[in-house]
Design a protein around this ligand. Structure first.
Ligand SMILES: NC(=O)c1ccc[n+]([C@@H]2O[C@H](COP(=O)([O-])OP(=O)(O)OC[C@H]3O[C@@H](n4cnc5c(N)ncnc54)[C@H](O)[C@@H]3O)[C@@H](O)[C@H]2O)c1
Length: 373
């Protein structure tokens, strides 16, 4: 029997509740303690979820903690993940893994030297609908995928997040914040990216917070909020990715892939489930489904949220001595793609990737059930 990993969290803000809430659903790990630079945040989550509150230093030294989840803001990811690895513990980071390829490679080297593993969200690509899409593409259902389009558009994050500053600072913006969901899913479906280019802009240089204690306060915008990019994949597919927080309303399909034998319409990769349709040559659109545990709606009536699946897969993979799906090479390649999209926009050039990765293993229904407690 594989060991249950003792897990700690650094960063007790907005998203920590989802991890603490959903942890009991999964095998392989148990959250035992939480920490934050702000002890009030750590104490509040510790009390609410009946775990131990620690200082960051205390958690890094804790003997019952094998792996730490990094839920700090993106600008702190590299520093906090580095401290976790230096403490000899595995790290699982929220997205974006880090903010540059150099940071990703530095952490990769450190993990190797310490003999520990790196994992990174998002794990939504392990959702039932996205895994069904992978299964159908691999089976040749829509033929050879030559092109596609993906859009992630909204009016911004300042309407719902009480402290939206980081979304508009360097390291934020829709490509680094939401791009991980889209790019991870495209890479798991199509394989690694070869080249990217883009144009970038912003509709406004300040944003006004629309909720919480800071309602009405303005925050500066220091990163592009509209990015039109093109990704050329090693397998020959060319995908347009449009990411913007300057859009009031849109009817664009979220993601479509165009194959020689048909078109696949995919659900939002920010979630685990959702509707998947295929239109084969000369036929009407057909909705596809399968019996996959990470498709079952479990919040807001229609949405599937299995955040923690990637962490469970990592925890079990450590015990079983196999690669985990949300792994270092995959996360590093996605960081290079995202940062190259932004650099291409700044410099008006085409960027060629220096990294590549294997597609993470398929997570079929039985493999997904094996992650559940
Ligand atoms: N909020 C969401 O819905 C959501 C969803 C998916 C992913 N994420 C990702 O999760 C991460 C956290 O997002 P959030 O919305 O919870 O942010 P947040 O601002 O609500 O919380 C961040 C927490 O980290 C703490 N922190 C910051 N720097 C630290 C440091 N150096 N050491 C220790 N603690 C530190 C802060 O005090 C705060 O409590 C981000 O990378 C974000 O992209 C958020």
């Amino acid at each position: 029997m594989t060991k249950t990993l003792g897990v700690g969290i650094i960063g007790c803000g907005n998203i920590s509740t989802a991890y603490l809430d959903l942890a009991s659903m999964f095998k392989g790990y148990e959250i035992v303690a939480v920490a934050d630079i702000n002890m009030d945040n750590a104490n509040a989550q510790a009390t609410k979820f009946d775990v131990r509150a620690e200082t960051v230093e205390g958690l890094l030294a804790a003997r019952d903690v094998d792996l730490i989840i990094n839920l700090t803001i993106p600008a702190a990811h590299v520093e906090v993940s580095s401290a976790i690895l230096k403490a000899g513990k595995h790290v699982y980071s929220e997205k974006p893994f880090v903010l540059s390829l150099a940071e990703a490679q530095e952490l990769g080297e450190l993990a190797k030297a310490k003999g520990v593993r790196i994992g990174s969200a998002p794990d939504t690509f392990m959702g039932g609908s996205h895994q069904l899409a992978r299964n159908l593409i691999d089976a040749g259902t829509i033929g050879n995928v030559a092109s596609g389009a993906a859009v992630v558009m909204s009016s911004g994050m300042e309407d719902w997040h009480p402290n939206p500053d980081f979304f508009f600072q360097k390291g934020g913006g829709p490509i680094l914040d939401l791009g991980p969901y889209y790019i991870c899913n495209l890479v798991q479906l199509l394989g690694p990216v070869k080249q990217v280019t883009s144009f970038t802009g912003m509709a406004s240089d300040t944003r006004t917070i629309g909720n919480g204690p800071r309602n009405g306060e303005t925050v500066p915008v220091e990163t592009p909020t509209t990015i039109h990019s093109v990704l050329s994949f090693e397998n020959g597919a060319i995908i347009t990715l449009l990411a913007s927080w300057d859009v009031v309303a849109s009817n664009h399909p979220i993601m479509e892939l165009y194959g020689t034998e048909g078109t696949m319409n995919l659900p939002d990769p920010n979630f685990f489930g959702g509707e998947l349709t295929i239109t084969e040559r000369g036929a009407d659109p057909v909705e596809k489904s399968w019996d996959h545990p990470f498709n079952v709606p479990n919040f807001e009536e229609t949405k599937a949220n299995y955040r923690g699946a990637g962490l469970a897969d990592m925890a079990l993979a450590i015990g079983e001595g196999r690669p985990h799906r949300c792994n270092d090479d995959f996360a590093t390649h996605v960081v290079e793609v995202m940062t190259a999209i932004l650099e291409a926009g700044e410099t008006g050039t085409v960027m060629t990737m220096t990294t590549t990765c294997e597609r993470p293993d398929v997570l079929g229904p039985d493999a997904a059930r094996a992650l559940l407690a």
